[in-house]
Design a protein around this ligand. Structure first.
Ligand code: NAD
Length: 310
């Protein structure tokens, strides 16, 4: 088979090939216009195994990718995002860092400053923003009165160094902040520790300055998975299942309520996210989920966590 390595290919590396990083590697390895230069993991076995699978080079020290890449996905544990992110920005490399952006706001601020100073892209892995379902309903959403979210998952032994707010609820916080675009003026949160040292179940009611109310529930000890958002506004009720990428709109027609399926062109959300990152790097564009927005989602998630564990 003949193929050409174009000079315009974006050279990408993946740092951390654990449960999520392997999917970054899989997608980049098949993406047009991308050369997956290498994968890096401090676990040499994992690095070698994934490199072999996706026909790329294995590294165990991320510094060995300096000078070889234009962009990296940082998919290491959250407490390493700041160190790894800063190191690549310092080298002039654009970064896609998984969510939450960092563990603390101070770390997020340092990362954002470094990206600004170096004029580099920092995109954050709030993957639901790329969900084809949310993209399809966004244009219909107009002054929501009430938003309800449920994100329930089975218990898995991962991300146990953080609670469910920073682990799962932060996805919905980011989505809601984007949809409502107003300041939170009141918050009532509660959380319960069940199987870990942090809250495994949490609920928050947010009241926004523009009057919108939102109620978010997240659990990582549920007996089924559910990822749903329901939006109530004056002229319609919209419900979306993130997992199935299925949405319906309900409207009042005289004394009846009509239901219509919303047309959605389904696509793996992570694929959309990585394609968007590569496009931003190629064309030097502002990412859909910027570092500043991810910092705001982190700030809100930390406030909710503080209210749960005073
Ligand atoms: P994981 O523990 O399965 O994988 C992390 C990997 O990073 C491990 O293989 C580890 O050996 C490696 N690693 C640790 N330090 C490293 C370093 N300095 N250099 C290179 N490799 C290093 O974790 P995960 O579940 O894949 O989560 C990774 C990140 O992705 C976390 O920040 C998590 O919050 C985030 N995440 C996001 C989503 C999402 O929906 N966007 C889902 C899951 C996880």
């Amino acid at each position: 088979m003949l193929y050409f390595i174009s000079m315009e290919k974006v050279r990408i590396g993946v740092i951390g090939v654990g449960s999520l990083g392997v999917h970054h590697a899989r997608i980049y390895s098949r993406l047009d216009g991308v050369e997956l230069v290498g994968v890096c993991d401090i676990n040499v076995k994992k690095a070698n195994q994934i490199a072999r699978k996706y026909r790329t080079q294995a590294f165990t020290r991320y510094k060995d990718l300096f000078g070889k890449v234009n962009g990296v996905s940082i998919v290491t544990p959250t407490n390493t995002h700041a160190e790894v992110g800063k190191a690549f920005l310092e080298q002039g490399v654009h970064i896609l860092v998984e969510k939450p952006i960092t563990k603390t706001l101070e770390d997020a601020d340092e990362l954002l400053k470094k990206a600004r100073d170096k004029n580099l892209i920092i995109q954050v892995g709030h993957v639901e923003r790329f969900n084809a379902g949310i993209r399809a309903i966004k244009s219909i959403i107009n002054k929501p009165v009430f938003i309800e979210c449920h994100r329930l998952s089975l218990f898995k032994k991962r991300s146990l160094d953080i609670g469910v707010v920073l682990d799962l609820m932060i996805h919905d916080i980011d989505i809601i902040l984007d949809l409502v675009n107003s300041k939170v003026v009141k918050m009532d949160a509660l959380g319960v520790k069940i199987l870990t040292l942090h809250e495994d179940l949490a609920n928050v009611r947010l009241q926004f300055e523009n009057g919108t109310i939102s109620n978010i529930t997240a659990s990582r000890v549920a007996n089924k998975t559910m990822r749903k958002i329901r939006i109530f506004q004056e002229d319609a009720y919209i419900s979306l299942d993130y997992e199935k990428q299925e949405a319906y709109i309900y409207r009042k027609a005289g004394s009846k309520i009509t239901r219509k399926k919303i047309r959605i062109k389904k696509e793996e959300s992570l694929l959309s996210e990585l394609k968007a990152f590569v496009d931003c790097v190629k064309n030097n564009e502002k990412p859909l989920v910027s570092g500043e927005e991810a910092r705001e989602a982190l700030r809100m998630a930390l406030e909710i966590t503080k209210q749960i564990n005073p």
